[in-house]
Design a protein around this ligand. Structure first.
Ligand code: ADP
Ligand code: TRP
Length: 325
């Protein structure tokens, strides 16, 4: 049985890119009875960039509600928030003492972000060590992540090997990343990669009127209504193609080519398609966002399961390091 583990930062509400690019593929993997899935909300990681406590709690709830709304079975898997299992932070400290400074200093993600961000804190620097702790605490085998996380996974393996070498035994299990090259980058409403940092995302859980407003804002050319349009360069069409049925996509393609069909019509069709496709997830999402006590209970149950396993690893690590009596 393979242990699948992945985390998502609570630095914003989940958007269509997160859902199609990370949440749904992870849920798909979790449906294989050969797998045991460990999904957590990386709220400690979110502190690197997000300092507001109320916003963090809101985003944690929204991400948890989104996983449940998209069909994640929290009962037969493990689903929790990272900050509630203190062993993550504890192991991160131990591992940081096995992490060479240049490994962190040369990490691509650190280098890119430290050039762009105003707040370059030590958490940004040691981010990969906490990520290694997240993975190694649970003896996880397979880590489904986006391409941008490949280096972090290599660092995790490297740190684990150094630790095992010192211990003289395989205390920590070396994980394998699972990078699905077929998962496409979902475009945002401006055509760049959809991302919360670019404020170009579609939050499919918004109330209807707000969702409609966002879809209306999708960038489009200024081709006149009666003229023929090229569907393959249009953002609305691209987004529609990710969600609609083959027949509906083909109909929209023909409408673009024939002319007499405006971008406004396409945006309205996309809006209706989101409402229809995600009707049930929207209902479940709203249910959990209104019944937060129920959501808390689910996360607390998951936390207990996670803690049990994390503690077993931490005990072994403490023993090797001479921290246990
Ligand atoms: P954001 O770019 O909004 O900050 P994150 O970096 O928190 O998103 O990404 C969380 C997960 O969602 C990652 O696994 C990432 O690969 C996936 N993801 C984010 N944006 C997209 C996108 N536009 N297309 C596909 N997957 C995405
Ligand atoms: N760094 C990951 C991201 O930004 C989130 C993350 C934190 C994670 N800990 C993890 C992913 C452990 C996989 C395993 O997407």
């Amino acid at each position: 049985m393979a242990r699948i583990l992945t985390g998502i930062q609570s630095s914003g509400r989940p958007h269509l890119g997160n859902i199609l690019g990370a949440i749904l593929p992870a849920i798909e993997l979790s449906k294989n009875p050969q797998n045991e899935s460990f999904f957590f909300i990386a709220d400690l990681h979110s502190l690197v960039s997000l300092k507001s406590g109320p916003d963090r709690s809101e985003y944690v709830r929204a991400i948890a509600a989104a996983y449940l709304a998209m069909g994640f079975d929290h009962q037969s898997n493990v689903f929790w928030r990272q900050s509630r299992v203190q062993e993550h932070a504890e192991l991160a400290w131990y591992l940081s003492c096995f992490t060479p400074f240049p490994m962190l200093a040369n990490a691509t993600s650190f280098k890119e972000k430290s050039e762009k961000l105003a707040d370059v804190n030590a958490g940004l620097f040691t981010y990969p060590v906490l990520q290694a702790a997240d993975i190694l605490l649970y003896d996880a085998n397979i880590i489904p992540v986006g391409k941008d996380q490949k280096q972090h996974l290599e660092m995790t393996k490297d740190i684990a090997s150094r630790f095992n070498q010192l211990a003289g035994e395989d205390v920590l299990v070396l994980p394998e990343p699972q990078i699905d090259e077929h998962i496409m980058t979902i475009p945002g409403i401006d055509g760049q990669k959809m991302s919360k940092s670019y404020h170009n995302y579609i939050d499919i859980f918004l109330p209807e009127n707000e969702l409609k407003k966002v879809t209306r804002k999708i960038l489009s050319a200024s081709t006149a209504l009666e003229d023929s349009k090229d569907p393959d360069i249009d953002i609305t069409f691209k987004l529609y193609s990710l969600l609609a049925s083959e027949t509906d996509i083909e109909t929209m393609r023909q409408n673009y080519i024939s002319g007499g069909y405006g971008y406004g019509h396409a945006k309205q069709a996309l809006y209706e398609c989101i409402l229809e496709k995600f009707a049930e997830p929207r209902r479940i999402f709203n249910y959990y966002m209104e019944n937060t006590a129920e959501l808390e209970n689910i996360l607390t149950e998951g936390e207990e399961k996670a803690r049990n396993i994390a503690q077993q690893t931490i005990r072994k690590v403490r023993k090797v390091l001479g921290f246990s009596s």
